[in-house]
Design a protein around this ligand. Structure first.
Ligand code: UDP
Ligand code: MG
Length: 340
């Protein structure tokens, strides 16, 4: 039998929809237009927590007006661009709902699926994970690299990070509280979500193309996110470096034995400037790679040791002083909150 949280049976429960955005001025009106009917359809209260990740195109100004017209809208403005992962963390910290949905601002994740996600939550699951069935409007190279990356990651990391899932998901208050206890600075959210675990359902959906604007990711950014993902959740690359060292040293030793044996038995001295250079550059390459891998982890440790906050808010703008809160506002937040 599934035990249901008391809050899940109440129609007065609150759903927080978290929308991190950076320069999405064109998207925001479209997004609100599609979110409003969805919110109206839900048998629960709803708050929209927009996190402005340092937009410079007037997105925040547009929302500031909305905050005053619509009491469900709350705007958390970060002091600069901290990246989507940090913006998500800010949204999660500022969401008060009994359940929290994370959605991109570019309408690639259809908001119309939210009621279905909420139904599953009401049935007692903590995490409703949306899995991409198709990735419309993305080139074959992006699809292929994403495919390879997710499979590689689930091989390498000890807890499996579900394949083809993004940040589009619903989490119960229990899962959110657990997530908030993970205080690391390197925030690879997909990995953190997976680490928390809890009863989960996976729902397939078709990912739409971006409705307007352009993606904020380039391949370099995705590559560094991938590296972040692997190094945050696994120390396997260190093991590989050791493995490569062992293999190279063994081969080197065997090669040495072979050269000596050849000279002793057949009187053949090996001449070989090209092979020498090839071996030296090969070994040099492996060494640099291994040092790079170690450096990656040392750098991570250094960043963590500084204990800097993941993000800084500039202001929190909301029009309702006290909606039904499932979480206690923090002291910090009261200081920052500027009631509009
Ligand atoms: N985003 C953000 N900060 C950033 C980059 C992106 O908050 O530094 C937001 C962006 O506005 C969007 C979401 O993250 O709401 C997903 O970004 P995008 O569509 O560019 O990524 P993709 O869908 O291509 O992975
Ligand atoms: Mg997108």
């Amino acid at each position: 039998m599934i035990r249901v949280h008391p809050a899940q049976t109440h129609s007065s429960a609150l759903l927080s929809i978290i929308i991190p955005f950076c320069n999405e001025r064109e998207m925001l009106p479209l997004l609100l237009e599609r979110l409003h009917p969805v919110a109206a359809q839900l048998a629960m209260n709803c708050e929209l927590v927009f996190v402005d990740d340092g937009s410079t195109d007037g997105s925040a100004e547009f929302l500031l007006e909305r905050v005053h017209q619509d009491e469900r809208v709350r705007l958390v403005r970060l002091s600069r661009n901290f990246g989507k992962e940090a913006a998500l963390t800010a949204g999660i910290d500022h969401a008060d709902g009994n359940a929290v949905v994370i959605i991109d601002a570019d309408l690639q994740d259809p908001p119309e699926l939210i009621p279905t996600m909420v139904e599953h939550w009401r049935d007692g699951v903590d995490v409703v994970l949306m899995q991409r069935r198709s990735r419309e409007g993305e080139g074959w190279f992006k699809r292929f690299s994403a495919y390879m990356f997710y499979r590689f990651l689930s091989r390498v990391c000890r807890q499996s990070i579900p394949v083809d899932t993004g940040d589009f998901r619903l989490m119960s208050r229990r899962a959110v509280s657990a997530l908030r206890r993970l205080g690391e600075r390197n925030r690879y959210m997909k990995g953190l979500f997976a680490w928390v675990g809890m009863p989960t359902v996976v729902l397939p959906y078709d990912r739409d193309p971006r409705a307007a604007g352009t993606t904020k990711w380039n391949y370099f950014g995705l590559l560094s996110l991938a590296l972040e993902g692997v190094t945050s959740f696994s120390t396997a690359p260190l093991r590989w470096a050791t493995g490569a060292g062992v293999i190279a040293a063994t081969l080197g030793a065997l090669f040495g034995v072979w050269i000596v044996a050849k000279a002793a038995l057949f009187g053949e001295t090996t001449s070989g400037y090209p092979s020498l250079v090839a071996i030296i550059t090969f070994l040099g390459g492996i060494q640099l790679l291994a040092i790079g891998i170690v450096g990656e982890y040392v750098g991570k440790t250094y960043m963590e040791s500084k204990q800097r906050p993941v993000y800084l808010e500039q202001e929190v703008v909301e029009s309702t002083p006290e909606p039904q809160r499932a979480s206690q506002p923090t002291q910090e937040r009261r200081e920052y909150a500027q009631l509009g």
